[in-house]
Design a protein around this ligand. Structure first.
Ligand SMILES: Cc1cc2nc3c(=O)[nH]c(=O)nc-3n(C[C@H](O)[C@H](O)[C@H](O)COP(=O)(O)O)c2cc1C
Length: 331
């Protein structure tokens, strides 16, 4: 049985729903070539950080910390690069591979960095992923003000580019559906759910706070799974899942919940670009087994089930999960 794996993401027609998330693998052309050969349908470049553009602070401090805290996959020493190199890498990526290349811009407050969105567009990126990474720490800042800040940044970046724009968010909003609808009204084309907030750790020997970048486990999948299922029918945006997808089963779950694409970082960093081939082969086998002729047939299927109501579903599932906890069950 033939299965059609194609999917549309940000107006781009992709050969399948497996894409590479922003991570060090998209930093090097030969890795991108390997990922394309393995079957990845698109790649998000590692981010250009606002801090790089506006000061040299990250180059001196962040890079050091990132490198020393990620033992499983040490970051290349030049992961954090300047604007010129970033743009050159996009041009190079576009020349080296045929799959869509999505630029990534990362910032948390209004600033000069936002104008680099148009340079990323000029460098040839097929789309732009805007990662708004902002953790409110000031008790006088209200939730509404936090949301306004996101909307202001997104609106300013939207004005800079004509290419499709997707926004990578964290999950910590009082009403994510409302936030998604308001972001959609700013003219964005998609959402990436979710940004992984790096949780700092405490070093009990040095008594210092130490940043820790750990690769994800499959447990992280539940968060995008839930929110993609809730958002799918409420926003007319492309939805990319990010966090905890490690195998074909995970990709299938996220597509069934409503994802247009599933992006992978940790599993590829751990096991290499070839993992994409295995995931796609297993996905095809699953689809054949279930007689799904296409990704379009699968997408969002769980909410097309008769009587599905996301609010009731959430509350009912919450209660059911707690009361049916089984101490004897294997974890
Ligand atoms: C080593 C590493 C570097 C990353 N660099 C970036 C980055 O530059 N920009 C970004 O938006 N996300 C970055 N991420 C986050 C990933 O794009 C992805 O959202 C996250 O790792 C969750 O997906 P996963 O569970 O497949 O790892 C990075 C993740 C890792 C592990």
């Amino acid at each position: 049985m033939q299965v059609d794996l194609t999917t549309e993401y940000l107006g781009l027609m992709l050969r399948n729903p497996v894409i590479v998330a922003a991570c060090p693998l998209t930093r090097e052309t030969h890795r991108l070539e390997q990922l394309e050969q393995a079957g990845a349908a698109a790649a998000v470049m590692y981010s250009l950080f606002a801090e790089q553009v506006e000061s040299d602070r990250l180059r001196q401090v962040g890079q050091q910390n990132l490198r020393s805290t990620n033992r499983e996959f040490p970051l290349p020493s030049d992961y954090v690069v300047g604007l010129d190199e970033y743009l050159k890498n996009i041009e190079l990526a576009k020349k080296s591979v045929g799959i869509p290349i999505i630029g990534s811009l990362n910032g948390g407050e209004m600033g000069d960095w936002m104008r680099f969105a148009s340079l990323i567009e000029q460098a040839g990126a097929d789309a732009l992923e805007l990662n708004v990474y902002f953790v409110p720490t000031d008790a006088s800042m209200t939730g509404a003000q936090v949301e306004e800040r996101y909307l202001e940044i997104v609106s300013a970046v939207r004005a800079q580019v004509k290419i499709p724009l997707t926004v990578k968010l964290g999950p910590f909003f009082s009403s994510l559906p409302n936030m998604a609808a308001r972001l959609s009204a700013e003219g964005i084309n998609g959402l990436v759910l979710f940004n992984r907030f790096l949780q700092p750790d405490v070093d009990i020997d040095t008594l210092e706070v130490s940043p820790r970048l750990t690769l994800s486990t499959r447990d992280a999948l539940r968060l995008p799974l839930r929110w993609i299922a809730i958002l799918r029918s409420q926003v007319r945006l492309s939805l990319a899942a990010s966090s905890g997808a490690h195998c074909a089963e995970d990709v299938a779950k996220l597509v069934l919940a409503g994802a247009d694409v599933v992006s992978l970082a940790s599993v590829l960093l751990r096991h290499g670009p070839g993992t994409v081939t295995a995931i796609i082969d297993d996905l095809v086998a699953y689809m054949r087994g279930k007689e799904f002729a296409s990704i379009a047939d699968m997408r969002g299927l769980i909410q097309r089930q008769p009587g599905h109501d996301s609010t009731a579903f959430e509350r009912a599932n919450y209660v059911k999960t707690i009361i049916t906890y089984d101490e004897q069950a294997p974890q």
